[in-house]
Design a protein around this ligand. Structure first.
Ligand code: 261
Length: 406
């Protein structure tokens, strides 16, 4: 198979994709919307149409799967690569507290005081790295409190998602399909050991004293009286949440701010007119999809798509970040533009495995941005510092230095 791979695809490295996937993916969208990428050891779907067709065939031609590095990080059964009845059961565990009607009941009281608290720590200083001091803390504290992890500090939750991210994205494989960097799983293993040590006693307590925290519900909901869900079912999914659901609202908030920083006129309008924040977020995650290329599908049978033969069991990464830059739907896709026609995008995926936290995440980001822009209406990018985006699996600004007059 490798012999038929064009050299520009055969030679791409994960490091190049992590630094800037755009040029490679622009060429894929143009020349090879479904391509085998040797450095990844799997296929990638690069266009919106290809992603929609594949993810839209969940449970028929395709099923959810994650990369070997993802599997190695989360273990089994994780909702991302469970299918059929097992997937339905896991979604029945995580979905109820994330239903929009349910989120509307609690999210204001949950997220707004958190946003206020972090703002109070720096709003009088005139400068901040918004990623480390605001976007990440607001994201992890909101979900942490929802899950019931009140006693785990925000810095610890940030450390956990960073370590799980290192492990999950340690995707490079050698010519034999073996992990190229086995030590890259160490940080994730360390985090998981610590997570179990901290969460085991909490799960013990919720077993006898249920409360309204999400993890208490994960233990009890849908179980026969007197029984709780096995924690070996809970942990892989808690690891999924402690990575993606902790990290990505922070990425979404930071990318939205970074996008608005490229359009000061649009930033001014959003600050003057807070109802525009929802549109700003939607364009933010279209512009830089937080889950850029981290979930995949596998075909159950041999098949041919647009003349490309896909042997049964092929793993296809859903490169939603690239789908969101599909020139068919989005003119000048690499430009952040609040005023573009709001065509639905794939930042939250599609099909059976579409994001369960779409509404929760968007509401946390909305509340975070409302509080930020109200407290600091004269927010500006600190032009003396670069904004570096990083990541292929997950993508967002690594830092976001802002200044304002106090
Ligand atoms: C809660 C969603 O989390 C993830 C999604 C995709 C890949 C890894 C994740 O932890």
């Amino acid at each position: 198979m490798t012999a038929t791979v064009p050299s520009w695809i055969a030679e791409i490295t994960i490091e190049e994709l992590e630094n800037d996937p755009s040029p490679f993916y622009a060429r894929l969208r143009d020349e090879a919307p479904l391509a085998y990428v040797p450095a990844l050891g799997c296929w990638v779907a690069a266009t919106k149409d290809m992603c929609q067709r594949i993810a839209g065939s969940d449970d028929t031609d395709f099923e959810g799967v994650i990369t070997p590095a993802g599997r190695r990080t989360f273990g089994d059964p994780a909702v991302l690569d469970a299918n059929g009845a097992q997937h339905d059961e896991l979604r029945a565990m995580v979905d109820p507290g994330l239903q929009p009607s349910e989120v509307d009941r609690y999210v204001e009281d949950l997220a707004r005081p958190i946003a206020r608290r972090y703002l109070a720590e720096f709003e009088d200083t005139g400068h901040a790295d918004l990623v480390a001091q605001y976007c990440e803390p607001v994201s992890v504290r909101s979900l942490g409190d929802l899950l019931g992890l009140h006693e785990v500090s925000s810095d610890k939750l940030r450390e956990w998602f960073h370590k799980l991210n290192v492990s999950f994205t340690n995707a490079a494989v050698d010519d034999n399909g073996e992990f190229a960097n086995p030590r890259g799983f160490d940080p994730g293993d360390e985090a998981k050991t610590e997570i179990r040590a901290i969460c085991d006693p909490l799960l013990d307590r919720w077993t006898t004293d249920p409360d309204d925290s999400a993890l208490s519900h994960w233990l009890h909901d849908g179980m026969p009286p007197g029984q709780v869900r096995d924690r070996e079912v809970i942990y892989p999914n808690l690891f999924v949440f402690l990575l993606g659901a902790m990290q990505e609202p922070g990425h979404a908030m930071a990318s939205t701010i970074a996008g608005l920083f490229t359009r000061p006129d649009q930033m001014e309008r959003v600050i003057d007119e807070p109802p525009l924040i929802r549109r700003a977020i939607s364009e933010g995650v279209r512009w830089t999809a937080p889950i850029w290329s981290a979930v995949a599908r596998r075909n159950k049978q041999d098949m041919t798509i647009d003349g490309i033969h896909l042997p049964a069991g092929s793993v296809v990464m859903m490169s939603y970040g690239s789908a969101n830059h599909d020139e068919t739907d989005y003119g000048a896709p690499s430009r952040y533009d609040l005023d573009r026609t709001p065509i639905p995008n794939l930042a939250f995926g599609a099909g059976k495995h579409a994001c369960a936290g779409t509404y929760f995440a968007t509401e946390v980001v909305r509340i975070g941005l409302e509080e930020l822009f109200e407290a600091i209406p004269n927010l500006e990018r600190d032009e003396s510092q670069e904004v570096d985006f990083w990541g292929w699996g997950f993508r967002g600004p690594t830092t976001l230095h802002a200044i304002w007059d106090v």
